[in-house]
Design a protein around this ligand. Structure first.
Ligand code: ADP
Ligand code: MG
Length: 684
């Protein structure tokens, strides 16, 4: 076997760089975290070419002393901890002393820094090779300017894995937005390719929200500030009419750290469940503060998950706070409880005693403590409160799980083959007699979720599901082509038809020889609109309707990247759409046939579940949406059409009796005289 070599630092830094910095956004994250750790109150971030060419973070923090400049580049060099004991109480975002060493190993990096008492110095490092410390200028009283150029320039494989500049930029913008929301006390400025994209002033949460989401957000949100069991929840949650088509509008910060945690996100989704339609997601920017010992931060720098000591408690608290507000049982700000920090921490260690005192839910005022209720609950119906199982579900799945929960208990046979212990089968809902357990369930919704009604992941069925969605577009296309073919054979001579009246203001009757055609006026109109739109779209001659006032489509970075990538398709469809600012699009003309649609809902639908669309062309999605839009724009069944309108509609059909509506329902049903006579037993 070969001799074991001790790798020189510039090699192992390059290897470990992959772990800490895998993409430009992780460099931004590390540098901004360093600036925050340095106590900065103003941070400017500059990126160029999606961060591949330049990432620069300038702060007004404490700065680095001249003699410390070289050590900053060394692996495991940190000023934030010095002994193993310090690890227990780490308050800073970084402490591993890896970031600068790793980033400088795969880029050209220059740190310029000045402390309040020292001079300004700079030190560069090229692909892991350190230069000399030299005197410099450019920093005000104190602070640091870290400039990273040509990231991954000598690791071409990694460079090859990066997304397009726009793709990387979107990711960075998402991160910067999160920093702004998280640290509303810091003034951030963010420049993309020399253009200022975001600016906050460090003047609190309202200012941060304004910066990231614009003024309108306040019309659609509750501001909340609540305490329960020593857990402090504050921030903004969207009202029930303000749903979003994807999850990119959800942010949770736990003790100042952005996290993604299934218990927390499912508690929030659970509270919104009865208000939001399928594929609609709540908006929230929530800060949660808990005593540090009540959760475990995953120390890996790139992981956002945390492990909660008591999932149930956190779930219950968050669920009841948010549902209390949404259900109108509590005003958002009614929750505000001025609780000094120490009392808050005590409350956590003794949540039972504090339970009643810390909640202000008028109709919810519990007479029992959580623990007492739980005991009665279990005694009354042990099956309803089986042993808690620790389950880690991938983030995306949680929403589905909650959907299932809301439907009621799921019988065991539907849970799937992976359920580990059949004795924990939740019972079916009882009808009639209300048990004590059920009363308690109502009073303590937290307990209601004790049952492990969780479907286990089945990768096979998931794969199928994915394929299904992709295939449905294919199937649709094939189906429409077949229909086109069939309809050609179903053509009749319009002039031979006579109008014979209508039924229920919905079905138009046309007689021709020995047949009667029954036409569904809604389906017919729908199909005709669809046909016209499709044809115009294919020929790129969509008739447009200018809007009185341009519609402003405000998106987040993630969504706007998607629209930007697909602008030509949206334009071909007949929308005149411009991009006055980064994340805002102005729609000034729309296809004439869609003039009555709700643009908001239309774009929301298109943007829904973008990630699920990756494999599908936007064009197909739009065609699909076109069908549903045509449906909304079409005359409805039950609408009393005038004779002229009926004739116009029929003329448009141009004798095509094989028509189906874009959803596949028939437009025309043909009844022959013989069939009628058979019904009346005139003939057998
Ligand atoms: P860590 O943040 O884990 O300590 P880094 O590699 O990110 O490790 O940084 C190494 C050290 O460089 C830090 O501990 C800190 O002393 C110093 N440093 C880095 N960035 C800054 C900054 N913006 N302001 C002041 N000091 C900094
Ligand atoms: Mg750091």
């Amino acid at each position: 076997m070969a001799k074991i070599n001790i790798l020189p630092p510039h090699i192992y830094n390059r290897i470990s760089a992959g772990e800490v910095v895998d993409r430009p956004y992780s460099v931004v994250k590390e540098l901004v975290e360093n600036a925050i750790d340095a106590g900065a109150t103003e941070i400017s971030i500059y990126i160029e070419c999606g961060g591949k060419q330049l990432i620069r973070v300038v702060d007004n923090g404490c700065g680095i002393e001249r003699e410390d400049l070289p050590s900053a580049y060394l692996p495991h060099a940190t000023s934030k901890i010095s002994t193993a004991d310090d690890l227990e109480g780490v308050m800073t975002l970084g402490f591993r002393g890896e970031a600068i060493a790793s980033i400088s190993a795969v880029s050209q990096m220059t740190i310029t820094s000045k402390t309040a008492t020292g001079k300004c110095y700079k030190l560069s490092c090229d692909g892991g090779t350190l230069g000399q410390v030299i005197e410099a200028t450019g920093i005000g009283e104190h602070g640091t300017d870290v400039c990273v150029e040509n990231l991954f320039y000598h690791t071409p494989v990694r460079l090859g894995y990066l997304r397009t500049d726009k793709g990387e930029e979107t990711e960075i913008t998402t991160f910067v937005s999160r920093f702004i929301l998280n640290r509303a006390d810091i003034a951030f400025t963010y420049y993309v390719d020399e253009k200022r994209v975001l600016q906050s002033y460090g003047e609190g949460q309202e200012d941060a929200m304004l910066c990231v989401y614009g003024n309108e957000i306040f019309n659609n949100c509750f501001q909340i500030d609540a305490q329960k069991h020593g857990i402090h929840v504050y921030g903004y949650i969207g009202n029930t009419n303000f749903s979003k088509p994807n999850k990119s509008y959800q942010c949770v910060f736990l003790n100042g750290r952005h996290i993604v945690n299934t218990t927390i996100s499912s508690a929030i989704s659970g509270a919104y469940m009865s208000y939001l339609m399928k594929r609609q997601y709540p908006f929230y920017v929530l800060h949660i503060d808990m005593p540090p010992e009540s959760f475990d931060v995953n120390v890996h720098p790139n992981k956002a998950d945390v492990r909660l000591m008591d999932n149930k408690l956190v779930y219950g608290c968050i669920y009841s706070i948010i549902s209390g507000i949404l259900d109108g049982k509590a005003q958002a700000l009614e929750y505000i409880v001025q609780m000094p920090k120490t009392a808050q921490e005590q409350a956590y260690t003794a949540p039972i005693a504090e339970e009643a005192a810390s909640v202000k839910l008028p109709e919810f005022e519990p007479s029992l403590t959580y623990e007492q209720a739980r005991k009665i609950f279990e005694a009354d119906s042990p099956k309803l409160a089986p042993k808690k199982q620790v389950m880690e579900l991938p983030f995306e799945e949680v929403e589905e799980e909650i959907q299932e929960k809301k439907k009621g208990f799921i019988p065991i046979d539907q849970i799937g083959p992976y359920i580990p212990n059949p004795s924990t089968t939740p019972p079916k809902a009882k009808i009639g007699k209300t048990s004590g357990a059920e009363i308690l369930q109502k009073k303590f919704p937290d307990l209601y979720f004790e049952s492990p009604i969780i479907k286990f992941r089945d990768p096979e069925s998931e794969k199928e599901k994915k394929e299904e969605t992709i295939d449905s577009f294919e199937a649709n296309k094939k189906y429409l082509a077949e229909l086109d073919e069939k309809s050609k054979q179903n053509r009749i001579e319009v002039t031979d038809c006579t109008y014979a009246g209508k039924l229920f203001n919905t079905y138009l009757l046309y007689e021709q020889g020995d047949c009667v055609y029954i036409i569904d006026q809604h389906a017919a109109h729908e199909r005709l609109i669809f046909n016209r739109l499709k044809e115009q779209m294919e020929k790129r001659v969509v008739v447009r309707q200018p809007m009185l006032l341009p519609y402003s489509l405000k998106l987040n970075a993630f969504e706007s990247a998607f629209i930007r990538e697909n602008l030509s398709v949206v334009r071909d469809m007949g929308f005149v759409i411009d991009e006055p600012t980064e994340n805002e699009f102005a729609v000034s003309e729309i296809p004439l046939d869609l003039q009555n649609i709700n643009l908001n809902a239309f774009f929301n639908e298109i943007l829904g579940d973008i990630s699920g669309y990756r494999a599908i062309k936007l064009e197909n999605i739009l065609k699909d949406k076109l069908a549903s839009t045509a449906c909304k724009a079409a005359v409805k069944g039950g609408m009393n059409l005038t004779k002229e309108e009926v004739s116009a509609l029929f003329a448009l059909m141009d004798g095509d009796m094989g028509l189906k509506c874009p959803h596949g329902r028939p437009v025309v049903v043909k009844l022959t005289k013989t069939e009628l006579e058979k019904m009346f037993k005139r003939i057998v």
